[in-house]
Design a protein around this ligand. Sequence first.
Ligand code: UD1
Length: 494
Amino acid sequence: MGSLLIEGGCTLEGEVEISGAKNAVLPILAATLLTEELCIIRRAPQLSDVRFMGRILESLGASVHFEGDTICVQSGKIHGRGDYNLIRKMRGSVCILGPLLARLGQAEVSLPGGCVIGARPIDLHLKGMEALGAAVEIKEGYVCVRAEKLVGNQVFLGGKVGPTVLGTANVMMVAALAEGQTMIESAACEPEIVDLALFLTAMGANIQGAGSPIIKIQGVRSLHGADHEVIPDRIEAATFAIAAAATRGNVKIHRARCEHLGAVLGKLREVGVSFTRERDSLHVHGNGAIGTVDVTTQPFAGFPTDVQAQMMALMTLADGISVITERIFESRFMHVSELARLGADIVIEGRATAIVKGGRQLSGAPVMASDLRASAALVIAGLVAEGKTLVKRIYHLDRGYEKIDQKLEQLGGRVIRQEGTWAKSSASPYLSSSELLGSASQLTTRKWTDRWSSKKTVLRTRYRLLWLSRVCRRHWNPFWKPPKARVLPSWKSG
Ligand code: UD1
């Protein structure tokens, strides 16, 4: 498993370019299933999650080609059963459900399940599809949706904590091919939803209101191929802005859309970071002391949950107390214990609040990444900590940050990637689909070798064999007698 060795105490300086948004390209790739014509997706980020989505589309019958940061997908003859072993590994893959239902009238996709950041149900996705005429059944771990005819309807997609991003994407894609008009109320307003709507519109869909809580979709008979450029990743931009502020750096972030970063920039301004907005870029000057701030995560345009961990890393440097409240996902504080290893003083109150007592000098240590954004927080903390920090399990980072080690190095960060599963592909990050299949089998083999070579497994296997041989002796050996109970010498009292 790969890791990142970071030598702290650097100041990030220079220019960096933001890649395409992971959370935009995943539903867009799923949307290519809505047509049998060729779709071209440009400026796609070169990430393991994106390659993985390519594999899912191929497993459904689509042909997928990666050329640099362009992905060409043609979903000629496809089937509607998503492979359990692929889908369960990536939560974002749930967004193939809507396009398969819309195009084929049925879909069977394994339930994506929860992940370390929370339970992550899909009840709202299913509620939306039912409202458009689909019958939903959960069978053998698969969610099966079927519809003779999909008809537009009024759908309320607000959940316990507000709208659902991928749920809105799924219902929007079904409605694009349903008969009549659909009105989604309490729709997610995230920029990634707007980007999906732009792609669907380029395919011939009729969508109005994307980016607002009410989206109206007038269904059309069929969709055609389209050529689309993915928006820049606002979470990556926010991560670099926070890293610049944390290291008291001076970084110009190209392809940062400030209109997508309002809440993050507002909080950075509050803690005393100054920045200049330019056309399509953001210049962060993090040369002053960091102040404290209270942050509550919310759906867009509120503070993004995907930037909570990085902001917490920054708050460990502020002299005083900051309160961070997580309102979107219930278990999204996995990074707290790892930040504590670096010397941070953070207390979790209840399920949703973290109190950060900042101002202590962090010092490097080996830490374990638990999820994608938690990894980014650990990298930021590692950059400011005294000494060396080893961030293990960086496959999480590779899911969402394109060449993060190279980008940080370019800014003067002392970061070394150490041997790992995806390290090979990051040297030449984009693989053709045939290479991809090759590397997938390599991965499977490596997984087995890793497993077998691990000491624990060998010991466990030895123990199991020993136990098995004892059981066999007992059952099949006619001369076997239970061992005599040993009589222990009794202690004389007195
Ligand atoms: C997307 C993003 C993820 C981001 C999240 C919130 C992608 C690939 N992922 O995830 O990076 O952190 O939005 O901005 O785009 N919920 C329900 N029922 C449902 C669906 C969701 O109760 O049917 C709840 C969830 O448990 C969570 C909240 O709604 O508490 C928001 O989840 P949602 O917006 O659906 O997250 P994703 O779309 O999965």
